[in-house]
Design a protein around this ligand. Structure first.
Ligand SMILES: N[C@@H](CCC(=O)N[C@@H](CS)C(=O)NCC(=O)O)C(=O)O
Length: 203
């Protein structure tokens, strides 16, 4: 069974959400965000950056959310939630997986963390300022791409949606999902109505 190193309400929720979508068994090792435990040698052996998520699979360790979702889908998910890489749909899936993390979640996360929960000595106000200049534009990219589609790749839900929705939830919390982005608003509601999301978000 895979082990997910997890902090509630963090990027590791994406990994749990993925597992819940495909019915993959997992166990959680919970670690408190920004706590000293994240920078202890024992945890740095798992993730040298001292961040979540990371997974362990029979001694194999992997970090970076996008890599984890791609690994799990190929190894255990029968490619249910990502199209084959050698197709254009597969290439688009990777485009959105990556966009969902960087810049979308990186920028939204910086605005949120550096203006709030991050320890004072680590906060960089310039990151908040830069993020605020970029935030609406980043949400608008998804608004335009969704068009009339249900999900970012079309009619089928994918792991790319899991990556994007996490960043968009922070954008929503920060007030960047507005009447000017109705498709993103409806997309978030659709995603959050999925039972697998609800289970992951509760952990
Ligand atoms: N690009 C990495 C980012 C990981 C990351 O920044 N995780 C945050 C939680 S959402 C974290 O652990 N932060 C703790 C810290 O910065 O000290 C990924 O997608 O896995």
């Amino acid at each position: 069974m895979i082990t997910i190193h997890h902090s509630p309400m963090s990027r590791s929720t994406r990994v749990i959400w993925y597992c819940e979508e495909i019915g993959l068994a997992y166990q959680l090792k919970t670690i408190e965000m920004f706590s000293a435990a994240m920078t202890q040698p024992e945890y740095l052996k798992i993730n040298p950056l001292g961040k979540v998520p990371a997974i362990e699979d029979e001694g194999f360790v992997l970090w970076e959310t996008s890599a984890i979702l791609q690994y799990l889908d190929a190894r255990y998910g029968n490619n249910q939630l990502l199209p084959p890489r050698d197709t254009q749909a597969g290439a688009l899936a990777i485009q959105w997986l990556e966009y969902g993390e960087n810049p979308l979640t990186i920028i939204m996360g910086e605005i949120a963390a550096h203006s709030g929960p991050m320890p004072q000595e680590r906060r960089i106000p310039a990151l908040v300022e830069r993020g605020r200049d970029m935030a609406s534009g980043l949400v608008d990219v998804v608004e335009q791409a969704l068009g009339q589609q249900q999900w970012i790749l079309g009619e089928d839900f994918s792991a790319a949606d899991i990556m994007l929705v996490f960043g968009l939830m922070i954008a929503d919390y920060l007030g960047y999902v507005t009447d000017a982005t109705p498709r993103v608003r409806a997309y978030l509601q659709r995603a959050m109505a999925r039972p697998a999301f609800a289970r992951a978000a509760s952990l």
